[in-house]
Design a binder for this molecule. Sequence first.
Ligand SMILES: [Fe+2]
Ligand SMILES: [Fe+2]
Length: 408
Amino acid sequence: MRVAETVERTKDHIARCVRISNLLAFWTMTTPEVELKTIFARHLYWAVHSAERLRARLAELAVDVDPRTVPLQTASDDLMACESALTTPEKIRALYGVALMNLKTSMADHANRTDALADEPTIRVLNDLTASAASAAEEADTAFRSVREIFPDMSTSSSSNEGHLPARIPVRPARDRRFSETASNPNLTDTVKLLHVFYTDLELSTIEACSRMIVEFPAMPWQFVVDMARQCWDEARHADAFRTRLLQLGGSLGTYAISYALWDMADGENVDVSLAVQQRVGEWIGVDGAIWQAQQLRFGGDEVTSELFDFVALDEITHVAFGNKWLRSVAGSEAQIKLVHDLALHKRSACGKSVDGPLTFPYNDWACERGGFTEGERDELRARFLKYGSQFRELDEAQERERVAASR
Ligand SMILES: [Fe+2]
Ligand SMILES: [Fe+2]
């Protein structure tokens, strides 16, 4: 296959991957069944990461493209069928049964027709993507089968009280019938409550928030999409870990109230405010919260859950860094960054999130530095913690261990 032909075929794969990633971004928001929400978030990352690998190969072939604007070279009936699918079974069939299979077949055919002596790198990329597309289809099939057992009537009725949502940004993201804002089970342990809140209100909600940013701000650079997609994957892994652990500890989904606060806080805002609310402030508080929870759980003897929080906290630092990186690139001035930072704090306190009252966990300067806060910004964050009487000073570990043990 000549260079010009492989370039055109690669562009078509890129355009398809990007179109699939956009579709999955909508579906993380509009699909109610939470087990599928995380599958879609994982595959959103797969689609963006695949487009990125193909883009990099094109650059090696001296062709630079912006994946967000590459036109499809071939007919797209299969993708249009995905975009108009309303019910969950229709979505699964249209994407994993048809569109993804067409993409996989096209990439395999491209690889087969490529001369290994002349263009081995293209074959390697295509073979990797073909294999991972097959794995994605298998993952979706397994998750769909388990969800169908929970909602046997899902072919005829939605598992959400709001009904089927089209592939547009919804007023609020879909949640399936197991969840409500008023659920309360008095018999839950503190750890199960904690895992439930992290699962629904932080991890799932952040998948939806990142997905919304991908589709709501099409003028943002491609690398922004790459970062948001990576965050979707991280949050999907966190969500699945917390869900699995909460089930292991005897909890069940829907036994604790859910909140839409994260969604509502950035609703209708510009990209700078969204980044400040979600990544710069929200994830920063999430880092300190996760570090604190890991320590508390370890002192309480729950090493397994503690280790999950250790790893989650480190991922969240990267998400803060994404927020700071993109906020600096779009804000235009330090004054604007300060403005949106304060607005984000205000929005969080208006939604009942803990920034105005005394924070119950310590400030971690090293994490803020890795998260991309400047020295001046860190001084201000530290002052805020001190002002509200937080436990900024180093904790006495032995004393803390005894206190946690005594409270259980
Ligand atoms: Fe997370
Ligand atoms: Fe995060």
